[in-house]
Write a protein of this length. Sequence first.
Length: 354
Amino acid sequence: PLVLGIESSCDETGVGIVRGDELLANTVSSSMDEHVRFGGVIPEIASRAHLDAMIPTLRQALDEAGVTLEDIDALAVTSGPGLAGALMVGVCAAKALAVATGKPLYAINHLVAHVGVGVLDGGTLPQNLGALLVSGGHTEILRVKSLTDDVELLGATIDDAAGEAYDKVARILGLGYPGGPVIDRIAREGNPKAIRFPRGLSQPKYMGTAEQPGPHRYDWSFSGLKTAVARCVEGFEAAGQQVPVADIAASFQEAVVDVITAKAMLACTENGISNLLLGGGVAANSRLRALTEERCAAHGISLRVPPIRLCTDNGAMVAALGAQVVMAGGEPSGITFAPDSSMPVTSVHLPPVR
Ligand code: ATP
Ligand code: MG
Ligand code: FE
């Protein structure tokens, strides 16, 4: 099916068009420049930017794909999780298009779309797939039994997301915002072994009791690491020494990437998962990509990592998951659903409101 997807959960306005698992267009407009001076995304500014960008982005995507709205078989939109006001703009635009064209509308989970985008790079996803989702607001390991209706959470961060840790550490190091790309770049000039930062929660957590056996949880914690970086910087300053920014950035990044991949490997091997997808905006990180590849190879896990422009927020990922739901015979969501800023990852798409 020809599916048009709309994304507006944070600061990217995205419209993507796919035919099945073939990518036809992926237009993204970001309001990041407007948030830089505040050191974080300002929800109200993001919402207004979505309003300005929505129609031009839609037009450009249709042009790029060489199709018209009449050609489209179904519409898909991110209905959560994300910023409430930002989600509202995309959802309203999608509902308006659905009413105007009479096309079915599917309300899609943004996090699962970070996984579903994998079909655009290599076709149908393997059975018994693990998904390591590392993004601005989330760090999760999922078991995807069915991309369209059975996603299970095996573990998640108990405090900061990895992307947040990057942003906070970049601020501590005076590197500006957003922190991910700048730390990735500066870390290349530093020694990742210069400082041994703490690796939190290195063991899986047993969820059972003596009477009732249970599974493991594979959680992460990044707030201790952030504090350790702050203490480290203070130490150099108190001693009147120059802060070795590149070494700290590299050592911080090594600690983050080490714990993320180590826990993911444990989750896969203990659960018989032999295929892994790495997704989410932080999957743009060069060291995370490299170490995940290395460790998957060592554990006999086959890895799929979508290209960077499909890892950061975009509309094609929403269209891609929408197309999968359509092909699986999923019911359209109608036009009376509300955006859900804290939509759980286990809810792949919203059923119609009855
Ligand atoms: P979520 O998907 O959890 O709702 P989001 O949609 O805001 O969050 P994404 O767009 O998926 O997040 O990812 C954005 C995050 O990716 C930001 O925190 C950014 O700093 C981070 N990021 C981007 N490039 C890199 C990189 N090269 N290294 C590390 N982090 C990066
Ligand atoms: Mg973003
Ligand atoms: Fe995202």
